[in-house]
Ligand binder design. Structure first.
Ligand code: ARG
Length: 729
């Protein structure tokens, strides 16, 4: 099955050259699906724009194009409407022959309705960066959206035939890891103190209570500092109590999280309080740290920036990462997404490409130094901006300027807003890792040998394998990070790394809005906590189980399900409903999370789509039982005499157009709209054209084949949305 719209485009392009001459070769024929079926199937708007450039009347240009088309085998006689629109209606024979060419199904899992794969020059290497939660933090609804949307994008692009590399850009580096490691330290040491996790939670609750007065807060902090100091005194090296316990520990995310909150609450409350009693002294190192600064020190230790071994810190970091990943993979499995452990390529992976400050103060240069060299004033141009890297108040910044020198991005006071890539204390930031990430993702030893000035960076990149050589990098990240990517991409383009042969690597931000509760505020549980994804998904399955239970009580039900089947249906419908509700929205808008809406049997929902599929399959099965047809149906010639038959055939044939549109514009809702439309066309067809009681054998076989093709299109579409179909429901 070949994309219809590209066939139409090719026909028009051919006619354009005949009508206008060689100048028109390569001109975009501006073909779109018709806005109203009254006007045909497709519409071509090229005459308007061409008329302008040629200084001719659009209607004359349109007429010339129509003449150029001649006696097309694809279209019926085109019509020119209004100022010069060309309305195109496909010949019905073309629809039936195109569908007749679809091979019969060999294997359900690999069925692609004969849709061809991109090959050769067209085939791209595409990185999809999605899900990307943060270690030791709860995965939130934003990560759920990224996971669900990113997965569809990865599936669709792979279906087209491109090489897809999924990357889970896990937040597993940064100063917050000092806190995570401290949390684990407390988890190990608390035993000796006889404290339970609940005790820590109690302290956190007190410290975050706004009614707690300053004096009470200070005395609580002093008490906690004393406990901390006692623990440290007993085991200043960490070798006696901490490390051995840590090694044996299998911390669950649930126990780690409250301790992490405890550390963060302590540091926040102690900030700025200059009291002797809040200093923690380490007899081993002879150094003292303020209670609010401990995690910074531990982070520096983890990053190997102190003169002590960081073995313990690395071990703790690894444990925290593992505990987080157990939770995440559980959610991925429940969601049925493609992400696997092997797709994790977190922030820590890119750290070798970053600069480092050695203990002796020596700077080992990295990607920031490379950017500084390339984008040194006057900078370099990209995407209609000029990217200049220079120091500003001690920090290293990239400024993006318009050609006239005015800033492209402004802060609240109207001053130029740069992208910070190194803080004044030498620390790296989120953006620094993303720049290193782009270098790694686009560079390739042979396919894109990026020239680097900094020898150390060159060596470090080689130790990471030289890079992935992507042609397209897609970031599926919530809309609040829009500005980050608006600055990151032109900066990356300006470095020249994204120049790959005569093409430019595409960098795209797939943004999405928030999920709101029915009160139109950010989705929260009744207690006000951010929602737990695991319980959300469990609830979806519970609700779907009830729905299926009700359907099974219906005297008009089409099937009886065994308890195991009910469980399977509940899972597919429940999880499918959550995913579909997310995917069917234009991803840029916020949407309201509503159980009733997403589980409705009517409308653009997963239950409706799954039911439509199961219903077609049951019609097909009934046909198979009542009349032996298989060979006839598989090769039946398609008779599209009734308008409803033609409409349905055309809808099936539009699947490749839809997949290509999603692959290009990265809008999963196009696929949902398509499937919903297709199911609707089927319902009209089924009401108007008897299938099982068709007037004659040829019509019966044709209609049965149409049922089968529709079901296959639905199944492929739903599988690209990451939703499994059910033969019975
Ligand atoms: N971990 C980040 C967050 O939770 C998302 C990372 C997205 N990917 C990236 N390359 N910046 O906000």
């Amino acid at each position: 099955m070949q994309s219809l719209i590209s066939q139409v485009r090719n026909e028009i392009a051919r006619a354009l050259v005949i009508a206008i001459g060689e100048d028109a070769r390569g001109v975009d024929p501006l073909v779109k699906p018709a806005t109203d079926a009254k006007f045909g199937d497709y519409q071509c708007n090229v005459a308007m724009s061409l008329g302008k450039t040629l200084g001719r009347k659009p209607r004359d240009v349109a007429q010339a194009v129509v003449d150029g088309l001649g006696d097309s085998t694809l279209f019926e006689a085109p019509e020119i409407a209004g100022p010069g629109f060309i309305n195109l209606r496909l010949r019905t024979e073309r629809l039936s022959t195109s569908l007749e060419e679809v091979p019969s199904i060999a294997d359900v899992e690999s069925d692609r309705l004969g849709i061809s794969l991109v090959t050769g020059e067209e085939r791209r290497r595409v990185i999809v960066d999605y899900s990307s939660p943060n270690v030791a933090k709860e995965m939130h609804v934003g990560h759920l959206r990224s996971t669900v949307i990113g997965d569809v994008i990865a599936r669709v692009i792979a279906f087209q035939g491109h090489e897809v590399i999924r990357q889970n850009h896990l937040g597993d580096w940064g100063t917050q890891f000092g806190m995570v490691i401290l949390a684990l330290w407390h988890l190990c040491m608390r035993k000796h103190q006889g404290e339970s996790v609940e005790d820590f939670q109690g302290v956190t609750a007190k410290l975050t209570d706004p009614t707690l007065d300053a004096e009470a807060r200070l005395s609580l902090l002093k008490q906690r500092a004393r406990i901390h100091q006692d623990n440290l005194n007993r085991d200043p090296t960490g070798d006696v109590e901490f490390h051995p316990y840590l090694t044996a520990l299998e911390p669950s995310f649930e126990t780690l999280l409250p301790l992490y909150r405890y550390v963060s609450a302590i540091e926040k409350a102690a900030k700025g309080l200059s009291d002797e009693a809040l200093l923690i002294h380490n007899s081993e190192t002879g150094q003292s740290q303020h209670l609010s600064e401990l995690s910074r020190y531990v982070a520096a230790m983890l990053q190997g920036k102190t003169d002590r071994s960081n073995e313990q810190e690395r071990a703790a970091w690894f444990k925290a990462k593992e505990a987080t990943l157990v939770v995440c993979s559980g959610i991925y499995r429940q969601l049925g997404v493609l992400l696997e452990d092997g797709d994790i390529c977190g922030e820590s992976f890119y750290q070798p490409l970053l600069h480092e400050i050695e203990v002796n103060g020596e700077r080992l240069p990295g990607v920031v130094d490379e950017v500084k060299l390339i984008l040194a004033p006057p900078g370099k141009e990209a995407d209609g901006m000029r990217a200049v890297c220079r120091e500003d108040q001690g920090a290293i910044c990239v400024f993006l300027e318009k050609p006239d020198g005015t800033p492209c991005f402004k802060g609240p006071e109207g001053d130029a807003l740069p992208m910070l890539i190194e803080k004044s204390d030498g620390a790296s930031l989120y953006a620094t890792t993303d720049i290193a990430g782009i270098l790694y993702r686009v560079a390739h030893a042979t396919e894109n040998p990026v020239q680097l000035h900094i020898p150390r960076l060159r060596e470090q990149l080689a130790t990471l394998g030289g890079g992935l050589g992507a042609d397209r990098v897609i970031y599926v990240v919530g809309a609040p990070q829009k500005l980050h990517f608006q600055m990151l991409f032109p900066t990356a383009h300006a470095t020249g790394w994204t120049r790959k042969g005569d093409r430019s690597v595409q960098l795209e931000h797939v943004a999405f809005g928030s999920v709101l509760g029915e009160d139109r505020k950010m989705l929260k549980t009744r207690s006000g906590d951010s929602i737990k994804l695991k319980s959300l998904l469990d609830e979806a399955v519970d609700r779907a189980r009830n729905l299926v239970g009700d359907m099974q009580k219906d005297p008009n039900r089409t099937t009886d399900l065994s308890p195991e089947e009910v469980e399977n249906v509940a899972n597919i419908v429940g999880i499918g409903a959550v995913k579909y509700a997310d995917l069917c929205q234009n991803r840029n808008t916020d949407y309201v999370f509503s159980w009733d809406k997403m589980l409705a049997m009517q409308g653009n929902t997963a239950p409706y789509m799954l039911y439509a599929y199961a219903r077609i399959r049951s019609i097909y099965r009934r046909g198979a039982e009542s009349a032996p047809f298989d060979a006839d149906v598989r090769n039946a010639s398609l008779q599209l005499n009734e308008p409803a038959e033609r409409d349905l055939a055309l809808a099936v044939l539009r699947l490749p157009d839809t997949i290509d549109a999603v692959g290009e514009q990265l809008m999963p809702n196009y696929l949902c709209d398509y499937l919903y439309g297709l199911a609707g066309k089927f319902m009209v067809f089924y009401e108007n054209c008897s299938v099982l009681k068709a007037p004659d054998a040829a019509t019966y076989a044709s209609r049965m084949r149409l049922c089968d093709l529709t079901a296959r299109a639905l199944r492929i579409g739903l599988s690209l949305l990451g939703i499994r179909t059910l033969e019975k429901m």
